[in-house]
Write a protein that binds this ligand. Structure first.
Ligand code: KG4
Ligand code: ZN
Length: 353
């Protein structure tokens, strides 16, 4: 039984997990730092790095204990090597290297985005190729996933990432941090048709995204309402925002399906991954698109959409199977695009993954 320990510390979750080569998750421990950052309304990199340093050893010990194994039972240690907040990435990668060195194990540096991208193979066992919509705090991309390490970017955001748009809009609506889940809760029972917000990029050629105009439109509506929102207005604005995001993601993904199927034929899976994929309204809209296009739809369970270490351990398994391990001289990379061949764009390899 090949077991990989995964470590994730690239943003505000300190996480460790043990995953077997046969896709069993033996343990998956996630410690959120929400309370440490709430006062500041967002993630403070220095606080995040210190919190990772304070908690990571205990989280790893818990993951090993839950899995019921010792370090000698591992086949490799994998840690997020970027992209992300460099202080946290250094804590995780250095800890993983130390474990690897002491126990004579291979170390594998994982691209955090690849962790999200390969999660559907962990949860649903799907084969390559598949079309992926990767939606997180720092990224919004459509990718043809042709193999582990083989990604072709079909579209990306030209300004804000979709999670960033959720977080900024939540702030405008006074919903606090973390914004995405708060906005989703606020939208429950809201009227998505009350505010006529723009549908960014809908109908435009290509598969790129843009969300900063939508955020500005929400700000204007808030100003028009005199700045002070009652519960109903807040719920209706949140629901209208989500509806606009859903329309944009569905339109862009629809175009990407055409480009993807021209290369890979019909009927391959359509996968959504990343923290924003935890949003039920968006999942339902994307599931509808997949159904209309005759594609199996795969969305990981909510806890494996947001940041976790099981996805890092699994990506480690994929790399190990390909014999792709790293030396202890591996250097963490604050920016690390999934397909370096694609034209650089503002949204690619942003600081927050
Ligand atoms: O993948 P992730 O956990 O961390 C990054 O790699 O960025 O994604 C975090 C992002 C945040 O912007 C957060 O607000 C958003 O995912 N998010 C959500 C939901 N849960 C998390 N956005 C909308 N609805 C949600 N339920
Ligand atoms: Zn992430």
């Amino acid at each position: 039984m090949d077991l990989v320990l995964g470590i994730e510390t690239s943003c505000d979750e300190t996480a460790a997990a043990v995953v077997a080569a046969d896709r069993r998750i033996l343990s998956n421990v996630v410690l959120s730092q929400i309370d440490e950052h709430r006062l500041y309304g967002g993630v403070v990199p220095e606080i995040a790095a210190r919190a990772h340093l304070d908690h990571l050893d205990a989280i790893i010990a818990e993951a090993m204990r839950e899995a019921g194994i010792g370090f000698a039972d591992l086949a490799a240690v994998a840690a997020t090597g970027g992209p992300g907040l460099i202080g946290g990435v250094l804590v995780g990668a250095t800890t993983a290297k130390a474990i690897a060195l002491v126990h004579g194990l291979p170390f594998i540096g994982i691209n955090h985005l690849e962790g999200h991208a390969l999660t559907a193979r962990l949860t649903d066992g799907i084969d390559f190729p598949y079309l992926l919509l990767l939606v997180s705090g720092g990224h919004c991309q459509l990718l043809a996933v042709e193999g582990a390490g083989r990604y072709r970017r079909l579209g990306t955001t030209i300004d804000d990432a979709v999670g960033e748009a959720f977080d900024k809009t939540a702030k405008l609506l006074d919903l606090g941090y973390p914004g995405g889940p708060a906005l989703e809760r606020a939208a429950e029972g809201g009227d998505p048709a009350r505010f006529d917000l723009p549908r960014p990029m809908v109908g435009k050629p290509g598969c790129d995204f843009s969300f900063s105009g939508l955020k500005t439109a929400v700000r204007r509506r808030v100003e028009e309402l005199g700045g002070a929102l009652d519960e109903k207005a807040r719920a209706d604005l949140a629901a209208s925002f989500q509806a606009a995001v859903a329309a944009s993601l569905v339109d862009r993904s629809g175009r990407a399906i055409e480009a993807f199927e021209a290369d890979h034929g019909a009927g391959r899976p359509f996968v959504v991954a990343g923290g924003v994929a935890a949003n039920r309204t968006l999942r339902a809209a994307l599931a509808g698109l997949a159904e209309r296009r005759g594609m199996p739809f795969v969305a990981p369970p909510l806890g494996l959409c947001t940041d976790n270490a099981a996805m890092i351990a699994w990506a480690g398994q994929e790399k190990l199977a390909l014999g792709q391990v790293d030396g202890l001289d591996f250097r963490p990379r604050p920016r690390w695009p999934l397909d370096p061949g694609a034209a650089p764009s503002i949204g690619a390899g942003a600081v927050k993954a």
